[in-house]
Structure formats: structure tokens, C-alpha cells
Design a protein around this ligand. Sequence first.
Ligand SMILES: [Zn+2]
Ligand SMILES: [Zn+2]
Length: 175
Amino acid sequence: MYYSYIVIITNGVFQVTPRDQVEKRVAEFLEICRRQGVKATHQRTEILRELAGSEEHPDAETILARVRQRIPAISVDTIYRTLRLLEDKGVIARVGSMRDRTRYDANTDRHHHFLCTECGMIGDFYSDAMDRLPVPREVSEMGIVKGVYVELRGTCRKCKQKTANTDEGRTGAKP
Ligand SMILES: [Zn+2]
Ligand SMILES: [Zn+2]
């Protein structure tokens, strides 16, 4: 069987999600709100739009800073409450288990993550093989598995480059 997977490494460059993808995610949220009687306020929609437009899996403070460029009066509290609401509705997900801040993801398509343990960069990738990973029996004994999510950890291209440059510098400085 042939399969392949793509690793999207953002390389620290701000990556923008295609506009139709962003609007698709916003439309899904509006539909959920309509069905469940939740108010899709302007602020909530803008917070989701900001998150959906980023591939960086930003944390709450980054989202706040960006949304504030458009809605200066938005409060920290609104950001946190909205992120919780979006998470409860399954529109976004929490990402990562790094010791630092919680990051958020509006990509609801099934995917996995590559995480750089040095700079915290999180890249999405898609893999049929990983989607279909067999569940070990001992896990089945612990409970019912509803999904498989893989987080690969390593050093991103940018950080690797940085290290390589530093090493070169050191070597060069040697007498
Ligand atoms: Zn990195
Ligand atoms: Zn993701």
C-alpha cells in the first residue's frame, strides 16, 4: 500500500489559511450556534476568524493582541470565555502539552502535529497511516478510544539552522 504524508513546517513565517477555509470554519460555527441557540456575537465570530486564519496554533494572548487591532475594546475575559465556548462546541481544540501556555487550533480537519521543543512551533500534517494506527490491547483495556492524535516532537528547520550556525561560529572561533 502506498501512502504519503505532508509535514507543514511554518518556519517561523506567519502562515495564512486560505480565505475560503476561514469562512468555512466561521460558517460551521454559525451553524452550530443557530442549532444550539448560542449567540454568535460579533466578538465571538471575530475571535474565531482570527484563530481560523492562523496556522500557528496561537495562545490566548497572541489571539487577544491580534483581535485588539480590530476591536480595541475587547477584554481578556471575553477572549478566555470565548475560547472555552468554542472548545465546548468542538469548533476549536486545545493543543500541546508543553509546560507553557495553552495553544488553540481551529483546524477541525483530522490532522496531527509536529512540535518544535525549542521554539514551540506547531505544524499541522496529515497522514492516513497515522489516522489508522492500531490501538494496543492494553489501551483498549483502559477504555474506549475515540480518536488517535499523534504529536511528533523535534527541532524545526529554523531552530536546527540556528544551532548549525552557532556550532559553525564556535568552530571558527577556536584557536
Ligand atoms: Zn523551532
Ligand atoms: Zn493543528
